[in-house]
Design a binder for this molecule. Structure first.
Ligand SMILES: C[S@@+](CC[C@H](N)C(=O)[O-])C[C@H]1O[C@@H](n2cnc3c(N)ncnc32)[C@H](O)[C@@H]1O
Length: 213
């Protein structure tokens, strides 16, 4: 969903460049320097308004997190929250995930979260899906050898596509659920996103997988 640009967003971004990076060209391999402590680094690609990543960062002060989003209108809402919260282990990144391997160095990331990624159902838009092979290639580059991807979606078509795409790429699956909220074990520590709450309330089942290269 496209969010309208906020009239106040640009000024807030410019006033808080210690909390958010905008299309940086010089951060590859240097992300740890943006945080108070050097510790494992996790990325959420397509973080939207950021409820998931802020809850995750609050619950896990022993990790660092980057919320990456291509829409200024969405990440500015997260920035507004972070200006208040000032979580020391959360950084924001406004840029397109298609440039991931220019933004991060090889093996710089410990884990990647994809939550309710846009499904792009038309075949001619396949390349925009965040589990298309060109994205997987970049994830493989930036993730450590033991790094994992965790992916959740209510969209059956995108989930099936992603299983096939990841399998064809030679990825290995650690966990799969076609109904996360009714899987006691996997749901125990689940943190819901904005989309997850909205669509599960409408009765959609949440698909989940954890995989590694
Ligand atoms: C359907 S929303 C889900 C938002 C949030 N993850 C949630 O679950 O509530 C998908 C988000 O991914 C972002 N997105 C899509 N493609 C992206 C890309 N190539 N790079 C960065 N963000 C992207 C969109 O702007 C949008 O905010």
């Amino acid at each position: 969903m496209r969010l309208r640009n906020k009239p106040w967003a640009k000024e807030m971004i410019n006033d808080n460049l210690d909390l958010i990076s905008v299309q940086p060209t010089d951060m590859q391999g240097k992300w740890q320097s943006k945080f108070e402590k050097e510790q494992p680094l996790f990325l959420e690609l397509g973080s939207g308004k950021g409820r998931f990543i802020t809850d995750l960062a609050k619950q896990n002060p022993q990790n660092n997190y980057i919320a990456m989003e291509v829409q200024e209108g969405a990440i500015s809402l997260l920035l507004k929250k972070q200006v208040e919260m000032k979580l020391p282990n959360l950084q924001l990144l406004l840029d397109n995930g298609s440039k991931l391997s220019e933004l991060f160095a090889e093996n710089e990331i410990d884990g990647l979260y994809l939550n309710f990624s846009d499904p792009w159902p038309k075949t001619r838009h396949e390349k925009r899906r965040l589990t298309y092979k060109a994205f997987l290639e970049q994830y493989k580059y930036v993730l450590k050898d033991d790094g994992h991807i965790k992916f959740k979606t209510d969209n059956q078509g995108l989930f099936e596509y992603s299983l096939i795409s990841m399998n064809n790429y030679g990825m290995k699956f650690d966990e799969i659920s076609l109904d996360l909220h009714n899987n006691e074990g996997l749901n125990l520590n689940n943190i819901q996103t904005e989309y997850e709450e909205k669509f599960s309330k409408k009765g959609f089942r949440i698909n989940y997988l954890k995989a590694h290269f």
